[in-house]
Design a protein around this ligand. Structure first.
Ligand SMILES: Cc1cc2nc3c(=O)[nH]c(=O)nc-3n(C[C@H](O)[C@H](O)[C@H](O)COP(=O)(O)OP(=O)(O)OC[C@H]3O[C@@H](n4cnc5c(N)ncnc54)[C@H](O)[C@@H]3O)c2cc1C
Length: 412
């Protein structure tokens, strides 16, 4: 019996771990990367609180521990009739196929720019280690340019060439202020808010951080009291929030917004734009002919792709809805779905009835631990909101997760 898992994120790894405990089967993991990336930790790369080894895990070692095979390759198609998965290996030139008896699709999501002109071209994203490292490099470049400009003005003041009035630092400070690093974040969802906190920690007073959001409040998917508290915490940290502003277009160093209430146009300058405004299904979903909801793979009550008995979709790529409860796109749901799908495959193989999945962190009733930088966070669970120890709890859960998967640390 061969079970193939495409995508080794929170969902895929959780499924593999449960399968390895529950049944004796040939499990093959496929991922386009050799390393698991803990997306929830990526914003902290911006401030330097964590580095690459803290946010990654060696899938090969994980596979060895769980007795699974691991193939590094990008899946580009699936043939459900022939039960074949097609992938490109190496630099994309080598093509191969893997057959399966059961298939789990857990390839996640990718950023969406909603076709807004210039948005993709002129912004940074934080949805992968590679993209967040590139954003961090940009922040470093901006800080370095600012420091050089400061040094130059100080030098002019010392030399007395008339550029600065004296050595007291007054003129220097004024000019340095002129060279403030302007960071704009598009989207005030969970990721945008966390990114803002980390950007403020990076800037340490060297610049300004603004969040632009189309909806009338930050964290629009969370209850209002959570939004209010997070907005208050961000404002205290100096983040400017432009809610009710929809992005119209982006040019080099300029973002054009439209006030939702009055249609008035507003243009903001930026040195760096970080895009966290939307998610869309992984592009593999386009190749899969199966029922979908806005591109996400629609699943039945047991997490199987609708209409299939041997194909499951879990994590961000899946749309799971049961009794008016829709799974949220978060790490907790991805992990729980991974376990539940594996459990159902084990049941199917043993001839037992499958178990219906019950989501917990839902669109209708979300829960989250949200950090806002400065080692502060808020926790929202079952209607209760608290800040005390929230950051420590978040860190503890993250560390436990990385330990649980016994991911091997090492610079990549
Ligand atoms: C910056 C950021 C911060 C976040 N913070 C939080 C948070 O604090 N709390 C929280 O609960 N959630 C958070 N999330 C959301 C959470 O990370 C996702 O919900 C979760 O990662 C979904 O897990 P997944 O397994 O479905 O997908 P992923 O974790 O994205 O894994 C998908 C895997 O599939 C692989 N893959 C993709 N396409 C292919 C292909 N064609 N072939 C082979 N392999 C492929 C990828 O390399 C990847 O390893 C955050 C997300 C981001 C981007």
């Amino acid at each position: 019996m061969k079970i193939v898992i495409i995508g080794c994120g929170f969902a895929g790894l959780s499924a593999a771990e449960t399968l390895s405990r529950r049944i004796d089967a040939d499990i093959t993991l496929i991922d386009r990367k050799e390393y698991f990336e803990n997306l929830a930790l990526l914003p902290e790369i911006l401030s330097g609180k964590v580095n690459t080894s803290d946010v990654t895990g060696d899938i090969r070692k994980f596979a060895k521990r769980t007795g699974a095979n691991f193939i590094v390759g990008e899946v580009y198609d699936v043939d459900f009739d022939e039960k074949q998965v097609y992938l490109r290996r190496g630099r994309g030139t080598e093509v191969s196929a893997e057959s399966y008896d059961f298939l789990i699709i857990s390839v996640g999501a990718e950023p969406s720019f909603f076709g807004i002109p210039g948005a993709e071209e002129h912004s940074f994203t934080v949805n992968s280690l590679e993209s967040v490292l590139s954003a961090r490099r940009k922040l470093d470049e901006l800080a370095q340019a600012q420091a050089q400009a400061k040094h130059w003005h100080w030098h002019c003041a010392v030399e007395g060439d008339g550029v600065a009035e004296d050595r007291s630092g007054v003129a220097e400070d004024r000019r340095a202020g002129d060279r403030s690093i302007d960071v704009v974040i598009a989207g005030a969802g969970l990721t945008g808010v966390e990114v803002a906190g980390e950007v403020v920690d990076f800037l340490r007073g060297r610049g300004a951080c603004r969040i632009v959001e189309m909806m009338p409040r930050v964290l629009p998917a969370m209850p209002e009291k959570v939004s209010r508290r997070v907005a208050h915490m961000l404002a205290r940290r100096g983040v400017e929030m432009l809610t009710g502003h929809a992005v119209q277009s982006v040019r080099e160093n300029e973002i054009e917004l439209r006030k939702v209430s009055s249609s008035e146009s507003v243009v903001l300058h930026f040195d760096m734009l970080i895009w966290t405004a939307g998610l869309k299904p992984n592009r593999l979903s386009e190749r899969i002919s199966a029922p979908k909801v806005r591109g996400w793979l629609k699943t039945d009550d047991y997490l199987r792709v609708y209409g299939f008995e041997d194909v499951y979709a879990i994590g961000d790529i899946a749309h799971f809805e049961r009794a008016s409860r829709t799974s949220g796109k978060n790490a907790e749901e991805a992990e729980r779905q991974g376990k539940a799908a594996a459990e159902n495959i084990a049941r199917a193989l043993k001839g037992k009835p499958l178990k219906e999945y019950t989501p917990k962190n839902t669109v209708q009733n979300p829960r989250a631990l949200i950090s806002v930088g400065g080692n502060e966070a808020i926790a929202y669970f079952n209607g209760i909101l608290f800040t005390c120890f929230a950051y420590r709890i978040k860190k503890h859960i993250e560390r436990k997760f990385m330990r649980k998967f016994s991911v091997n640390r090492g610079e990549i």
